[in-house]
Ligand binder design. Structure first.
Ligand code: PLP
Length: 416
């Protein structure tokens, strides 16, 4: 089935009426625009329920109910238990706290694997924590041509001393899904925990975290058409072992109380579930039949919609990759075809062209993209690209259409 992109775009004020963006939006990986359901949920909370939640008066009760509902509904969508999931200020902040917990858990002799493909969020704090604990850091390195990670290289560098493997679901520069199944399989053979940064991937698939088998999964809701919050999942078997990072009087049984010391942003947490209404309406519009009547089937709707997103995104990405493959002067990271693992995100450099100037010229032609190392300078260094200047990054989501891509190709043709 084909994604009805016109229907999709009706749900985003950014593509309609007075609020319409002037140009082709190819900067979704930096922040995706919220859907209307997110905006309505946030506005509704501020208008009617912006009080301290949990007290015995109606506004306060409603505030609490909505916050709890966001957590329970996201748990359903991701196929985890509600106490294994909660919301923090950002993924960087959530990872900082997770790293702090590992600082207390690790002992000298333990090993932790990090990659040089990750956004620095999944690198800096963990590298420092490992060092502080007197444990040993092991770097799983990318292929220096493609910027991709080969799990068979991981298999060679782990041992029974490995306690944790941190890696991205997909890189925010190389735009290609890592083989999570194989990473988890390798981790299981040595009884290591796995931490997967899903920030760059979750906008393209709302994953079944239980099926993936990772112990920690994180992503940023503001890149998934929702509010500016980080979503953190820690599975029970690891949650029970991690030292508490919250106040001493908080419970040690839930991710929220144990692992998110920041006070919750009530309105954003309450509105975090709004995007799931969008996902459900998208699923139903495309003929989805919920598994059990009378109950929301958010897991089913999420899988159904993710498949629609994938097919659509690969379809619009293919001509862009085909075009870039014909340009001798262009180098980009990640898989060179729109295969099953490819996300609609391309970071490229062009011989003798300054990426910032190229980006400016593209933006002047209404191709709204970005240039930077996008907080992944280790990856650019590893592949021999200029880590300071970065590359030009085009990042799309399911709301992009074929027009966006043909306009981009036309602009590139003029500029390159
Ligand atoms: C792959 C990846 N990981 C982590 C982060 C950090 O997320 P946040 O902005 O929520 O801290 C980003 C942000 O762009 C990212 O792209």
């Amino acid at each position: 089935m084909k994604l009805d992109v016109d229907f999709v775009r009706q749900h985003f004020p950014a593509f309609n009426g007075d609020t319409k963006i002037d140009g082709h939006f190819l900067d979704a990986a930096a922040g995706s625009y919220p859907c209307q359901q997110t905006i309505d949920a946030l506005t509704g909370f501020y208008l009617y329920n912006k009080v301290q939640p949990g007290n015995p008066y109606p506004e306060s009760q409603r505030a609490m109910t909505q916050m709890v509902s966001s957590r329970e509904r996201w748990a359903q969508a991701l196929n985890v238990q509600p106490h294994e999931l909660d919301f923090g200020p950002s993924t960087t902040q959530n990872l900082y706290v997770v790293a702090s917990a590992f600082r207390d858990l690790l002992v000298p002799g333990d090993e932790v694997v990090v990659t040089n493909q990750d956004h620095e969020s999944n690198n800096g704090a963990m590298r420092r924590a490992v060092k502080d604990a007197g444990a040993t850091l092991v770097e799983w390195q990318v292929d220096t041509e493609s910027g991709l990670l080969d799990p068979e290289q991981l298999a060679l560098i782990v041992s029974n001393k490995t306690k944790l493997i941190c890696f991205p679901h997909s890189s925010n520069l190389a735009g290609t899904r890592n083989d999570v199944e194989r990473v988890v399989e390798i981790a299981k053979t040595i009884d290591a925990f796995t931490l997967c940064d899903g920030v760059s991937y979750a906008p393209h698939e709302i994953p079944d975290v239980d099926l993936m088998g990772v112990d920690i999964y994180l992503f940023s809701l503001y890149k998934v058409y929702s509010v500016h919050q980080g979503l953190l999942v820690i599975r029970e078997r690891l949650l029970a072992q991690l030292p508490k990072q919250g106040h001493f009087f908080k419970s040690a049984l839930t991710v929220g109380e144990k692992m998110i010391p920041a006070g919750p942003d009530h309105a954003q947490v309450a509105a975090a579930g709004g995007v799931l209404d969008y996902i459900m309406s998208l699923a139903l519009h495309h003929g989805f039949e919920p598994a059990s009547s009378g109950q929301e089937d958010l897991a089913g709707a999420s899988r159904f919609v993710s498949e629609l997103w994938h097919v659509h995104e690969r379809t619009i990405l293919a001509p862009l990759l085909d075009y870039l493959n014909t340009r001798q002067s262009v180098r980009y990271l990640g898989a060179r075809t729109a295969n099953n693992d490819r996300c609609p995100l391309v970071t490229f450099s062009a011989v003798d062209r300054d990426p910032a100037e190229l980006t400016k010229a593209l933006c002047e032609r209404k191709i709204l993209c970005c240039t930077s190392h996008c907080y992944a300078p280790r990856l650019l260094e590893a592949v021999g690209m200029d880590a300071q200047k970065g590359g030009v990054r085009f990042s799309m989501a399911h709301f992009n259409n074929a027009d966006d891509v043909s306009a981009t190709i036309a602009a590139l043709d003029e500029l390159l």
